[in-house]
Design a protein. Structure first.
Length: 325
C-alpha cells in the first residue's frame, strides 16, 4: 500500500471514530446533564472537524508541483494544523465559560454511571486510534496526521479526567451524601479546557514553524554537516547550509567549496552522488548544491565549514594569485 493511501485510510478512520464518539458523548451528556461530558462531546466534534481537515490535507499534499505551486502542496498540512489549533482554542474558551456558569449556578448530575461508561469507552477508542495515527504519521512523516493523533491522545487524558470527576461524584453521593459533590463536574471541565488549550498551543507552534520556514531539527542539521564534511577528493568545505520543510518534503541547500581545477563534469557528478546519499537518509528531500572554486580567500562564513588547514589555505591563495597574474 502506498504512503498516500495509508495516510488517507488513517485519516478516514479518525473521521469515523470521532463521528461515533460525538454522538455517544452528546447523547449521554444531555441525558445526565453533565457539562463535563458535553464539553467532551464538543471537543470530539472539533476533533471530527480536525480529522476532516486532515483527510483533505493529506489527499491534497501529494498533488505534484504545478505552474502555480512549483514547490508542491506540502504546506497545506501545516495550514490544516494551524486551523485545527484555532478551533481547539475556541473550544477551550467556550468550555471554561459554560463550566464557570455551572460553578456559580450548580446543577445536579443525574445517572453518573452512564457518564463514567461513555468516558471509559471514549478513552479506549481514542487510545487505539491515536496509536495507529502516530505510527502512520511517523512512517509517512505527515504533520497533519501527527496533529490529528495529538488531538485524540489529548482526548484520552481529558476523558480520563472527566471520568475521574464523575467517579468521585458517584462515590461522594454514596458514602458522604451530606456534602455537595457536583462542583467536581464543572471543575473537571475547566481542567479539560486547560489541557485542550495547552495542546492547541503546541500544535500552533509546530505547524507555524514550517510555515515560517524554520530550519530542520538540530539532529538532522548535524547529520548533514557531518556528511558534507566527510573526506572527499577536491572538496575543501562548505557554507550557507539552509534547510526547511514543506509537509513531508525537506528542502536542503548549501554551497560546496571544491578545488579550482575540478571540471564542471566532475563537480556535477559529485553533487549527484551527494544528493543520492542525502536522499537515502531523508526520503523526498530536494537538494540544491551550489559549487564554488576555492581561491583561499576565506570569508568569515567559509571558516566554520572549511576542511583545509591554514597552510593549505595559504597555498591556495598563492595558486589563485599566480593564475590571475
Amino acid at each position: 500500500m502506498s504512503a498516500n493511501r495509508r495516510k488517507s485510510n488513517a485519516a478516514l478512520l479518525s473521521v469515523v471514530s470521532n463521528s461515533t464518539l460525538v454522538a455517544g458523548k452528546l447523547a449521554v451528556g444531555l441525558m445526565i446533564g453533565s457539562v463535563a461530558v458535553i464539553s467532551e462531546a464538543i471537543h470530539s466534534a472539533l476533533d471530527l472537524v480536525a480529522a476532516l481537515i486532515a483527510l483533505f490535507a493529506v489527499r491534497t499534499s501529494h498533488k505534484p508541483a504545478d505552474r502555480e505551486h512549483p514547490f508542491g502542496h506540502g504546506k497545506i498540512e501545516n495550514i490544516s494544523g494551524t486551523i485545527e489549533a484555532l478551533l481547539i482554542f475556541l473550544a477551550a474558551v467556550w468550555i471554561i465559560y459554560e463550566a464557570a456558569k455551572k460553578l456559580m449556578h450548580p446543577e445536579v448530575v443525574e445517572s453518573v454511571g452512564w457518564g463514567v461508561l461513555v468516558m471509559g469507552v471514549s478513552s479506549l477508542v481514542n487510545i487505539l486510534v491515536s496509536s495507529h495515527l502516530f505510527r502512520v504519521a511517523r512512517e509517512t512523516e505527515s504533520i497533519a496526521l501527527e496533529g490529528d493523533a495529538w488531538h485524540l491522545r489529548t482526548d484520552v487524558y481529558t476523558s480520563a479526567g472527566v471520568m475521574l470527576g464523575l467517579v468521585l461524584i458517584l462515590l461522594g453521593e454514596r458514602y458522604l451524601p451530606a456534602y455537595d459533590w457536583h462542583w467536581l463536574d464543572p471543575t473537571a471541565a475547566i481542567v479539560v479546557a486547560l489541557l485542550i488549550a495547552r495542546a492547541a498551543w503546541r500544535l500552533t507552534r509546530d505547524a507555524a514553524g514550517d510555515l515560517l520556514d524554520t530550519s530542520l531539527p538540530q539532529t538532522e542539521r548535524q547529520w548533514l554537516r557531518e556528511y558534507i564534511c566527510r573526506p572527499r577528493p577536491a572538496v575543501h568545505g562548505y557554507h550557507d547550509l539552509r534547510t526547511r520543510r514543506s509537509g513531508e518534503v525537506r528542502f536542503i541547500e548549501f554551497h560546496l567549496i571544491v578545488h579550482g581545477d575540478m571540471t564542471v563534469e566532475e563537480s556535477h557528478y559529485m553533487t549527484d552522488v551527494m544528493t543520492l546519499e542525502i536522499n537515502k537518509r531523508f526520503a523526498n528531500a530536494i537538494v540544491t548544491i551550489h559549487v564554488e572554486p576555492c581561491d583561499g580567500r576565506c570569508q568569515p562564513k567559509c571558516v566554520d565549514g572549511c576542511l583545509l588547514t591554514e597552510e593549505e589555505r595559504a597555498k591556495h591563495r598563492r595558486l589563485h594569485h599566480d593564475r590571475r597574474a
